[in-house]
Design a binder for this molecule. Structure first.
Ligand SMILES: NC(=O)c1ccc[n+]([C@@H]2O[C@H](COP(=O)([O-])OP(=O)(O)OC[C@H]3O[C@@H](n4cnc5c(N)ncnc54)[C@H](OP(=O)(O)O)[C@@H]3O)[C@@H](O)[C@H]2O)c1
Length: 288
């Protein structure tokens, strides 16, 4: 059964709890101190942007596998919904924070360690989209996109790595499949995502000797409120949807659960020889 916790207040340091599991070495360490018949410890997962869309589906998929999931977002209400409808043996704990706030990455990772004693997976999923052709960009709009889509994942990963090293953990970055081509009218957003892909490949190599895997999932058009959050009016959202379907060989929009499947499988301990990969989940859009 999944549990929810009282959402924390934005920008505040969450209340500390007594660790419910002790830190245990992961598969990259020797001498776990555990008997071979012991139940493996629950994995602890951070998912940013878990209040809606792909992040919500990923949080629920990890919880369904028995993980403890810290579900991160700026708004408490959607996070509480994510936690309330979860199924399975794990738990989803809402954690309200703006990941671009100065102290958010360190507070978030510290909270995971102080509460659960370990960290196994970091999913850098939260992102914001801002459309615009060259000539229309403002410094402020670009700064917000860069801070959310690129800077926060770097700082979060940096905080998480020492703990992921102890568990043989995984970083999963969420990119976008269409950004693997040129993307007129969306170039800055696409640039943040291709930047995240280069970070994925670079960190995979950097962190392989430390036993940490780094992978990415590149969704195509997925049914989420992302265009609503972007502020597109209904008419433009419908036009975008029609264009996306027309440019997807499978002829449909994907479901968040289909992306969550890729996230949980790439993050699974059984994917132990997979690193540096960027997996499109896009109905064939990038090859079509
Ligand atoms: N849907 C698609 O078609 C598609 C395609 C390709 C790639 N993607 C990628 O998939 C990922 C998930 O997108 P989605 O479609 O599920 O969109 P979404 O529903 O808009 O989800 C994004 C989430 O990020 C959270 N968020 C935004 N800024 C934040 C911040 N500063 N701090 C904390 N949380 C923040 C939002 O919640 P709050 O507003 O409450 O903070 C929201 O729940 C993104 O990386 C996106 O680029 C999506």
């Amino acid at each position: 059964m999944a549990h929810s916790a009282t959402p924390h207040t934005t920008h505040t340091t969450p209340t500390m709890k007594t660790p419910s599991t002790r830190q245990e070495p992961g598969p990259n360490a020797t001498g776990t101190g555990r008997h071979p018949t012991d139940t493996p410890p629950r994995r602890v997962v951070i998912v940013t942007g878990a209040g809606t869309g792909i992040g919500r589906a990923a949080a629920r998929a990890f919880a369904a596998e028995g993980a403890r999931v810290l579900a991160v977002g700026r708004r408490a209400e959607p996070l509480a919904e994510t936690a309330a409808d979860a199924e399975g043996d794990g738990e989803i704990v809402p954690y309200t924070a703006d990941i671009t706030a100065d102290d958010a990455p360190s507070n978030l990772v510290r909270h995971a360690i102080e509460t659960y004693g370990r960290l196994d997976v970091l999913v850098n999923n939260a992102a914001i989209v801002g459309t615009g052709a060259l000539g229309s960009f403002t410094k402020e709009a670009m700064a917000a996109q860069l801070a959310t889509n690129l800077v926060a994942p770097v700082l979060l990963t940096q905080e998480a790595v020492p703990h992921l090293e102890r568990t043989g953990g995984v970083v999963v970055n969420i990119s976008t499949s269409i950004g693997q081509r040129g993307w007129p009218g969306n170039a800055v957003y696409a640039a943040t995502k291709t930047g995240l892909e280069l970070l994925t490949r670079s960190w995979a190599v950097e962190l392989a000797p430390r036993g940490v895997r780094v992978v990415a999932v590149a969704p195509g058009a997925i049914e989420t409120p992302i265009a609503l959050h972007q502020g597109l009016p209904e008419e433009q959202r419908a036009a975008l949807r029609a264009w996306q379907i027309a440019h997807t060989p499978m002829g449909r929009i994907g479901r968040p659960e289909e992306v969550a499947w890729a996230i949980t499988h790439l993050a699974a301990p059984s994917a132990s020889f997979v690193t540096g990969v960027i997996l499109p989940v896009d109905g064939g859009a990038v090859v079509g």
